[in-house]
Write a protein that binds this ligand. Structure first.
Ligand code: GDP
Ligand code: MG
Length: 166
């Protein structure tokens, strides 16, 4: 099994930290180069039974007024072509304009989308369910997976769930 996975989300939600954890320091550091209009491979995770190619989708999380039509097209086409989208949000922050902007872009895309709620080490466990419920109202995510990219909590489970969609 192999497939392309696009990780999207606002800056600082933990995308690079997640990639660091699953792939390794070197590759994810390479991914922090300035954004270009081209999609870039951020890393490849090769397991004994599967391969996951993580790609960046520049543009999709940028405010609309700063974006050329071309970049938005590129971003949306990428989302249509990948096997799975990981939409990463920060558990510490509520649903905001940034999230709303990205969800709008999903309306024209049929690719399965996982909601990854990151930084759960920063919240009280009782606060998780309300967060999950609020996101369920916004979009029909295929999976909703709370993780901590920093301490690794639930990351293996997320990888298992990704595998099932490849
Ligand atoms: P990106 O902009 O989405 O790539 O976000 P980064 O991976 O650069 O992370 C932004 C900041 O959030 C860094 O200071 C990370 O150490 C921190 N961070 C990322 N994941 C977690 C997490 O699961 N828990 C906590 N507490 N901090 C995190
Ligand atoms: Mg980053």
């Amino acid at each position: 099994k192999s497939g392309f996975i696009s990780i999207i989300g606002r800056p600082n939600v933990g995308k690079s930290t997640f990639l660091n954890r699953v792939i390794g320091q070197k590759i994810a550091i390479m991914s922090d180069k300035p954004q270009t209009t081209r999609n870039k491979i951020q890393g490849v995770l090769t397991l004994n039974d599967s391969q996951m190619v993580f790609i960046d989708t520049p543009g999709i999380h940028k405010p609309k007024h700063k974006l050329g039509d071309f970049m938005m097209k590129v971003a949306q086409n990428t989302l249509k072509e990948v096997d799975l989208i990981l939409f990463m949000v920060n558990a510490e922050e509520g649903f905001g304009r940034g999230e709303e902007f990205i969800l709008e872009k999903f309306q024209t895309v049929n690719t399965p989308i996982f909601l990854v709620i990151n930084k759960i080490d920063q919240i009280h466990p009782d606060d998780l369910l309300p967060i999950i419920e609020s996101y369920k109202e916004k979009y029909a995510f295929k999976e909703i997976v709370p993780i901590s990219a920093l301490d690794g909590n639930n990351v293996e489970r997320l990888l298992d769930q990704i595998k099932m969609f490849l």
